[in-house]
Ligand binder design. Structure first.
Ligand code: DTR
Length: 340
């Protein structure tokens, strides 16, 4: 009996040793990556995330598997960048407007420069990033960038003129804040996921954003009015933890890099189309009224925005940033994508 006990113990120990010494790769299935996003699943940042996941898994022939976390379940809007740097998620999607000081150069696309749609603005932003490689992104691998469609005012009260907008509490973040202030609104700042509650409680009487949210967040149920201002866009980035990126095999890195521009363009095209369908739904099913400013009216609204870009250039040139060149590059890149 004693002998059998020894033999059994020996077999057990030997098995343990074999398990412990088996190289990790032998047991490894696909490379698993987590991808965090802050807004709910039906919104465009998450739609593009699912698209990217699907294409990556297909192009790597199942070598990579992406687990997505929409709705702030892994990281929330303001903690996204630091969370990815720290490795709490391998990949994350950030809205740069929520940390305006951190992403100065790329946030310049949110100046009132008249970028016409998400497709043009997204490709412009991506080129801007590649040209300037801003320090704010030095600690992460940037997988892609894109923007929203131009912003408009969605409100629970009709806003047909600057007089109607005066003092009205409207939610907006980043560069859009200055624009609302210039028009005399009472700007209230918060990330998008907090907006439904603020609208419901009447803390704000509207929001300033791209119009796909009328459907994706069902804002059309509360905001029965839209005032077309058609500026500005909001920039986004998809970032990856640097160590995780460095640990990827070259063929996988190649697939991710190849997708950078494609994902940027895909998201722009998706966003522009989705804004149109969301507005058809809002008008037809929710009885939303859209106000368009007259030519003269629009000129007046735009005139109030002129000092914003001029001031941005002045302040940032003084801080050593090539601010004038950045603004010129944005306009000139966009003109190419517009076919001008
Ligand atoms: N306009 C920005 C960004 C934004 C636009 N659509 C969505 C949807 C989900 C999250 C963010 C955004 C904003 O107002 O926050």
């Amino acid at each position: 009996m004693k002998k059998t006990g020894f033999v059994l113990a020996g077999i057990f120990l030997a098995t343990l040793l074999v398990i412990a010494s088996t190289p990790m790769t032998a047991a490894a299935g696909p490379i698993k990556l987590t991808y965090a996003n802050f807004p709910p699943a039906p919104t465009f940042p998450c739609v593009q995330m699912e698209k990217w996941k699907q294409v990556v898994e297909k192009r790597t022939n199942g070598k990579v598997s992406i687990q997505t976390f929409p709705g702030g379940t892994l990281l929330k809007a303001k903690g996204m960048m630091d969370g990815v740097v720290a490795g709490s998620a391998d990949i994350g999607c950030i809205c740069m407007a929520y940390q305006p000081g951190r992403f100065k150069i790329t946030n310049a696309v949110a100046l009132p420069l008249g970028l016409p749609n998400s497709e043009v603005a997204s490709l412009t932003l991506w080129d801007l990033y590649k040209k300037y490689r801003p320090k704010g992104f030095a600690k992460v691998k940037v997988l892609t960038m894109f923007t929203t469609a131009p912003s408009n005012i969605m409100s629970t009260v009709p806003i047909k003129s600057l007089a109607d907008l005066k003092g009205v509490p409207i939610r907006a973040s980043g560069g859009a804040a200055q624009i609302l202030k210039a028009w005399g609104a009472n700007r209230v700042g918060m990330p998008m996921p907090e907006t439904p509650e603020a609208l419901q409680k009447g803390v704000v009487k509207g929001l300033f954003s791209s119009l796909e949210v009328m459907k994706d967040f069902k804002f059309a149920e509360l905001c029965k009015y839209v005032t077309m201002t058609e500026t500005p866009v909001y920039p986004f980035a998809v970032i990856m933890n640097m160590d995780k990126w460095n640990s990827l095999p070259d063929d996988v890195k190649k697939v991710f890099d190849e997708l950078g521009t494609q994902q940027c363009a895909w998201t722009g095209v998706y966003m522009d189309r989705h804004v149109k369908s969301a507005m058809r739904w809002s008008k037809k099913k929710q009885g939303v009224t859209v106000f368009r400013l007259s030519k003269k009216g629009k000129a007046k609204w735009n005139e109030l925005l002129e000092p914003i870009t001029a001031n941005w250039i002045k302040t940032n040139e003084a801080k050593g940033l090539p601010a004038k060149a950045i603004v010129e590059d944005i306009s000139s890149f966009a003109q190419m994508y517009e076919g001008k």
